[in-house]
Design a protein around this ligand. Structure first.
Ligand code: HEC
Length: 259
């Protein structure tokens, strides 16, 4: 017995040293274009799922069929999530293709499983994956709106999706909002918003600067008033000028920024 334990401890120490040595000598490729080994992938997925399940256990889920909640979520989803998680009529974006692990297509999975888990994931994000912690800038009620909207998303076609976003009153957060609030990572999102904007000087320059032979996502003419900021933020060629404090949507709604 004593001998078995000694052997196991020795094997563990050798294994640990090998892993440490491999990492130290740079054998681990951290490139996002080099997938994990299947065993590493399975381990990380298990750790993520269990971590979230345990933390989401006591979260109380509100009524996700509440029409006002769903409506509010539509605008926020469209403004903050589609660059990575897609939308009806948007099959891929640069981010959706380039991130690793890849962002799941939420138009297909919506809320699969426990809504509390989805809420926790949106609020806290997932380390080292590209999934941001939206709770840093969004109050819980807005996050629940997105969860309620995600619950409907797999049933929506492109027209229904656009109608919901248009009726949503756009993008609203509670507290903690800043100029930077969503716009890195919205490259793909910004692209198809160009179609609906004739109002922002400098759009056409950045379109030209943007020409890098990628595969653009299909244009979706959804009114989103943030396209102009996104463009300014996403393109370094574009001179950084602060966005206007107040701007008016096509539908006449006025939106004011805190900063
Ligand atoms: C910059 C890209 C990016 C943005 C923007 C983004 N996400 Fe994510 N998200 C990810 C990635 C990457 C993952 C996958 C992480 C993983 O596999 O562990 C993810 C995972 C998720 C998941 C877990 C899905 C599942 O079942 O595995 C949910 C839910 C989610 N995101 C919702 C959102 C919502 C809602 C928004 C907008 C408020 C958003 N995300 C914005 C990158 C992003």
């Amino acid at each position: 017995m004593k001998r078995t334990i000694t052997t196991l401890l020795a094997a563990g120490a050798v294994g640990g040293a090998a892993v440490l040595g491999a990492a130290y000598f740079g054998l681990v490729n951290v490139g996002a274009d080099d997938p994990h080994f299947p065993a590493v992938h399975a381990f990380l997925a298990m750790a993520r799922d269990r971590s979230i399940e345990v933390r989401a256990r006591d979260i109380e889920v509100p009524n996700l069929k509440d029409a006002a909640l769903i409506k509010a979520g539509a605008g926020n989803y469209n403004a903050m999530c589609i660059g990575c998680h897609l939308a009806p009529g948007v099959e891929k974006t640069e981010l959706s293709q380039a991130l690793y692990p890849s962002p799941p297509d939420l138009t297909k999975i919506g809320v699969s499983g426990d809504p509390a888990v989805v809420f926790w994931t949106i609020k806290h994000g997932i380390k080292a994956t590209g999934m941001p912690a939206w709770g840093k800038s969004m109050d819980d009620q807005y996050i629940w709106g997105i969860v309620a909207f995600l619950d409907q998303l797999p049933q929506l076609n492109t027209e229904q999706y656009q109608a919901m976003v248009a009726s949503s009153g756009g993008h609203q957060h509670g507290g903690g909002e800043s100029d930077m609030h969503n716009h890195e990572g919205q490259h793909g999102g910004a692209k198809f918003e160009h179609g609906s904007h004739g109002d922002s000087a400098g759009h056409s320059d950045s379109e030209a600067a943007h020409d890098h032979g990628g595969t653009p996502s299909e244009p979706v003419p959804v009114a989103d008033h943030h396209g102009d900021h996104q463009t300014a933020k996403a393109h370094s060629a574009h001179p950084a000028s602060p966005p206007p404090k107040t701007h008016v949507h096509k539908d006449g709604k006025e939106h004011t920024h805190d900063k």
